[in-house]
Design a protein around this ligand. Structure first.
Ligand SMILES: Nc1ncnc2c1ncn2[C@@H]1O[C@H](COP(=O)(O)OP(=O)(O)O)[C@@H](O)[C@H]1O
Ligand SMILES: [Mg+2]
Length: 428
């Protein structure tokens, strides 16, 4: 075994020990990618025949992979001899190999080709879907194999954050790095950092300090949420047992590539709008969502579906609306399709209602994160807005926007908030 002495930034030292799971998270320029790139080369050098895979969630071309970085590490560490560079992979000493893969291109079957791999390194792991993580973990199963992740945190509920920071498997080694920890932090990046700090303070904390995304330029609801916070409307909000519960739904579709299915549970209490609960999941069947509603005691909630609630479920050939009625729920007739501009109408309606909304803190965090992120897509060249960006955050925003539209629809809110008369007890 040859000995290789590589200077390592102090913050990454804990990651030099063997562990099943290793993670490094933090802002830009903290040396995360370089560290794991070096560790990978070091491992291939130390252990002959190492099979390693560098993973991204989406990788359309090799240029989007870690290949260049790994190659530059091989060159700069001066250990080129046992390594061979090919167009799509790197041969390592003793017939090992480093390959580069996008998780999105893998199926449950094709992923099996990675069994026997000793190391899987996921860079930009904030983009890794829960589905990809679930596929990958049992696949990397060689004795002593390791899974590494490096990422800039986006939301607490992202798969990698949830797994390595919130739940944290026993024995996992996870470090938080910042540009301050990087002894090689280059001058150009320092200049970039200062520029962002002075010109884009809203995004600075996320990009450079590794905080979860709070607000984004062009975020539609950032102001609404910060006002809710400062006026004490985010806290412990209890349901009123006398008022109906309403569940506003955005339908994601089924399958691994489907969008998120989201539900907001809300009560209209006079002029107060109580946002009590939030649910989101990707790639699950309808029964799974229904189960969530039941398990949280929402079996009597009135369900509201968007226009596509009328659409057929392509697996069963039935409308979602009918499925949910079959499951015993009361379903409001889907809101008419508002056509072009519907998304903007929902945004405006929700903003108008902003000051009336009270949020239950503990159960709505992931949903508030999402709608706080929901923002305008920009044509950077012409510097014009192109309407709401369709991404992980838009389904939460659509579902709550539906609530706002229904609340404002003339006559509806009033008639649904009537006092409930119980036969045995007279008026309550
Ligand atoms: N081990 C290292 N050796 C040499 N330069 C490094 C090393 N680690 C980081 N750097 C420098 O710091 C910059 C940022 O590191 P990088 O790994 O890209 O950060 P991150 O992945 O955290 O954004 C790199 O472009 C490089 O110039
Ligand atoms: Mg990086």
């Amino acid at each position: 075994m040859s000995i290789l002495k590589i200077p390592t930034a102090k913050v990454f030292e804990p990651l030099l020990k063997p562990a099943r799971y290793k993670g490094a998270f933090g802002g830009r320029g903290s040396g995360k990618s370089h560290f794991f790139g070096e560790l990978l080369v070091e491992m291939c050098q130390a252990e002959r025949g190492t099979l390693a895979v560098c993973i991204r969630e989406a990788q359309r071309t090799l240029a989007q992979s870690s290949k260049r970085l790994v190659e530059s590490k091989i060159a700069s560490l001066g250990i080129g001899a046992g390594f061979k560079l090919y167009s799509d992979r790197i041969g390592t000493p003793g017939d090992g190999v480093v390959i580069f893969r996008g998780m999105r291109d893998h199926t449950a079957d094709s992923i099996k080709s990675l069994e026997g791999f000793k190391v899987a390194w996921i860079d930009e792991a904030q983009s890794l879907s829960a589905h990809s993580l679930a596929l990958l973990r049992p696949t990397i199963r060689a004795p002593g194999s390791e899974l590494w992740a490096s990422w800039n945190p986006r939301r607490k509920s992202d798969a990698v954050d949830d797994f390595l920071r919130v739940r944290k498997p026993p024995g996992a080694i996870v470090v938080n790095a910042s540009w301050r920890d990087n002894p090689w932090f280059p001058a150009v990046l320092e200049e970039e950092r200062r520029t962002d700090l002075s010109l884009y303070p809203a995004r600075y904390q996320h990009i450079w300090e590794g905080d979860y995304v709070q607000a984004f330029e062009g975020a539609y609801f950032a102001e609404m949420l910060s006002q809710a916070r400062s006026s004490g409307r985010i806290g412990k909000i209890a349901a009123d047992p006398l008022l109906p519960l309403r569940a506003f739904i955005d339908i994601g579709g089924a399958g691994a590539t489907a969008d998120a299915f989201t539900i907001w549970v809300v009560q209209w209490a006079g002029s107060q709008i109580k946002v009590l609960d939030y649910y989101e999941s990707v790639g699950q069947v309808l029964a799974y969502h229904v189960n969530w509603l039941r398990s949280r005691g929402y079996q009597n909630a009135i369900l509201y579906l968007p226009h596509d609630g009328m659409a057929m479920n392509n697996i069963t050939g039935k409308r979602y609306e009918d499925h949910l009625r079959d499951a015993g729920f009361t379903v409001e007739p889907p809101v008419k399709n508002q056509g072009r501009g519907a998304a903007m109408m929902r945004i405006e309606a929700l903003r108008r209602l902003g000051p009336q909304i009270w949020w239950n803190e503990a159960t709505t965090e992931a949903g508030r994160d999402a709608i706080g992120f929901y923002h305008e897509r920009k044509d950077e060249v012409r510097n014009v807005g192109l309407g709401p960006e369709h991404d992980w955050s838009s389904h939460a925003a659509d579902a709550l926007g539906l609530m706002a539209i229904c609340y404002e629809a003339p006559g509806r809110a009033g008639s649904f908030n009537r006092v409930i008369r119980y036969r045995d007890h007279g008026w309550v």
